[in-house]
Each structure stands twice: as structure tokens, then as C-alpha cells.
Design a protein around this ligand. Structure first.
Ligand code: BV8
Ligand code: ZN
Length: 251
């Protein structure tokens, strides 16, 4: 730990102070919180979108045009996520939930299910999950684990074509889950923004919602982002280190 890092201390103290007074805490997470688990982020140089045009693999039109390509993309991510484990950042958020109980909620853009695998209870998957499929004919949604489902999986109930139960671009977020995420942002005293570039909407709009309702906004990221202007405190560094460090300041 070189000298310059210590100047982050005041930020951790301020963030901890805000948490000490809080009764309700909400969190928005993105791919960065899973990076230290070995899940590639989206916009990093070796990111998920590298080598894939968003239009081809994460839009309803792309699925219409080439469902095999889309399933190869998502099967690859399912198999990869099956090999990784939650990291100390996920575990720190589990402990925070134990501190605030029902007053705590995570809205995640991640589809990897690592928050739940770490033990988090209140997790709003605003962009869906790799674990689930949805039948485009009978609409049945089922948890299918993480094994490779092949490039054209069929519905065991009606024989219809299955798609990942994931929110693609140009598709609406699941209404109930999105509503609960917005309410958690409106009602919280402290809002943590962890490992997201905050460029995808409407997910990123929970940040100004929390801010406008008087929450102390704390950003945890490797770098400044589009959300930094709304942050009262920035804890810069790997969230697998900054979140446990912040938690340690609460005990
Ligand atoms: C819709 C599932 C309408 C798929 C995803 C308003 C303004 C501008 C554009 C729009 C707007 N409203 C709508 C749009 C269009 C679009 C959009 O937002 N486009 C963007 C690109 C400009 N939004 C939509 O299409 C949405 N739908 O609008 O529908 C509608 C409404 C009604 C009826 C019909 C239609 C749907 C968007 C959801 C798309 N699906 N995911 C999948 O996962 O495969 S989005 C996907 O990309 C992720 O879920 C996530 O949301 C986003 C990636 O962002 P991050 O997770 O933040 O990852 P990223 O790599 O960018 O950044 C990682 C960060 O972590 C970095 O900051 C890095 O520094 C940091 N980091 C890295 N390592 C660490 C770290 N931090 C800490 N520790 C570390 N170790
Ligand atoms: Zn079906």
C-alpha cells in the first residue's frame, strides 16, 4: 500500500459514517462487482461485447436473425459462470444486508446470479438471469442451472423455442422488479453504486432517483464513471477490496 493510497481514508470514514446513521441502504451493481470472480465485464478491452456486436447477441432482432449465435454466446457465459465463485465484494454486501435486514436491497444489472450464490437475499435482477429460460410460445420461465443447453433448446412443455430469460436492448425491464428497485432507491439513506459504468438505461436512472430523495451516494469503482458527478463519496479501487474495507469500518 503506497503512501498515496492512504488519502482515501477520509472517504472511507465519511462513507462509514453515513452507513452508521442509515436504516435503509440500497445498492446498484454492474459487471465490475463480478470482475474479481473472473466474469468478464462488458466494456473492458477483453469485454463481453468484444468480438460480438450488441445488435447480434443482445437484441430481439439478433435472436430472430440468428438464434444459434445468441445461444452459443449465452451458453458460453452460463458455462463460464458455473466455474467461478462470488468474491469478497459479494460477501461484504451479504454482511451489509445482515446489518440492515429488510432495509437493504441490491438492484443488479448482472445476470450471473453471484449475489444470490454469496447469500444475498433481496436481489432485484433488473436485466434477468443466465440461470433461467423463457419459452417464446407458452411464456413459461424456468431455472435451468448453468449447463450448456445446446444451440436451439426446446420447451419441455410445448415444444416451443426457448430464449434466455434476459432483458435485451430495446426490451422493457421486468415491471415488478424494476418498480421495487426504484422504490428501494427512493427510500434509502445511503445508495452504493458498485462496479458499473452507469451508461445503460433505465437501470442507471436509480442513481439520480436516490440522489433526488436525499440519499448519500457512494461510488465504488476502479475509476470515475458517468455516475461520479452524483456521488458524495468515491471509493476507488477493486470492489473486492474496497467493500470489505468499508465494512470493517462499521464494526
Ligand atoms: C429499453 C442483459 C425500451 C444482457 C443488458 C436513455 C438514454 C440512452 C439510451 C437509452 C435510454 N433509454 C433506453 C436506451 C437504450 C438502451 C441503452 O441504455 N443503451 C445504452 C447503451 C446507451 N437501453 C435499453 O435498450 C433498455 N430497454 O430501453 O427498452 C422499451 C420500453 C418499453 C417497451 C419496449 C421497449 C434495456 C437495457 C438492458 C440491456 N441488457 N444486459 C446481457 O447481460 O447479456 S445491459 C448490460 O450492459 C448489463 O446488464 C449492464 O447493464 C450493461 C453493462 O454495464 P456494466 O455492468 O456497468 O459493465 P461495464 O463493463 O460497462 O462497466 C464495468 C464497470 O466496472 C466499469 O466502470 C469498470 O471501471 C468497473 N470495474 C471493473 N472491474 C472492477 C470495477 N469496479 C470495481 N471493482 C472491480 N474489480
Ligand atoms: Zn413452451
Amino acid at each position: 500500500m503506497t503512501a498515496d493510497h492512504d488519502d482515501r481514508e477520509p472517504d472511507f470514514a465519511r462513507a462509514a459514517e453515513a452507513l452508521k446513521w442509515a436504516t435503509k441502504v440500497a445498492v446498484l451493481t454492474g459487471a465490475g462487482v463480478s470482475a474479481e470472480s473472473g466474469v468478464p465485464t462488458f466494456r473492458a478491452s477483453d469485454g463481453l461485447w468484444e468480438g460480438h456486436r450488441i445488435e447480434d447477441v443482445a437484441t430481439p432482432m439478433g435472436f430472430e436473425a440468428n438464434p444459434e449465435l445468441v445461444w452459443r454466446f449465452y451458453n458460453g457465459r452460463r458455462v463460464n459462470v458455473a466455474k467461478v465463485n462470488p468474491n469478497p465484494g459479494h460477501h461484504a454486501l451479504v454482511k451489509l444486508e445482515q446489518r440492515y435486514g429488510d432495509g437493504f436491497a441490491i438492484a443488479t444489472q448482472n445476470v450471473d446470479g453471484l449475489h444470490q450464490r454469496a447469500g444475498s437475499k433481496t436481489v432485484f435482477e433488473v436485466h434477468g438471469s443466465l440461470h433461467r429460460t423463457r419459452c417464446i410460445n407458452c411464456e413459461k420461465v424456468e431455472d435451468r442451472g448453468l449447463e450448456d443447453l445446446g444451440n436451439r433448446p426446446l420447451c419441455p412443455h410445448c415444444g416451443g423455442f426457448l430464449r434466455p430469460d434476459i432483458v435485451w436492448f430495446h426490451e422493457p425491464l421486468p415491471e415488478d422488479i424494476w418498480m421495487r428497485a426504484m422504490v428501494a432507491a427512493e427510500e434509502c439513506d445511503v445508495f452504493l453504486v458498485v462496479g458499473t459504468s452507469a451508461v445503460v438505461y433505465p437501470a442507471a436512472s436509480v442513481i439520480p432517483i436516490a440522489k433526488a430523495n436525499g440519499a448519500t451516494v457512494v461510488e465504488c469503482n476502479l475509476t470515475r464513471t458517468d455516475a461520479s458527478h452524483a456521488a458524495d463519496v468515491g471509493l476507488y479501487g477493486p470492489s473486492g477490496q474496497t467493500l470489505p474495507k468499508l465494512l470493517a469500518k462499521l464494526s
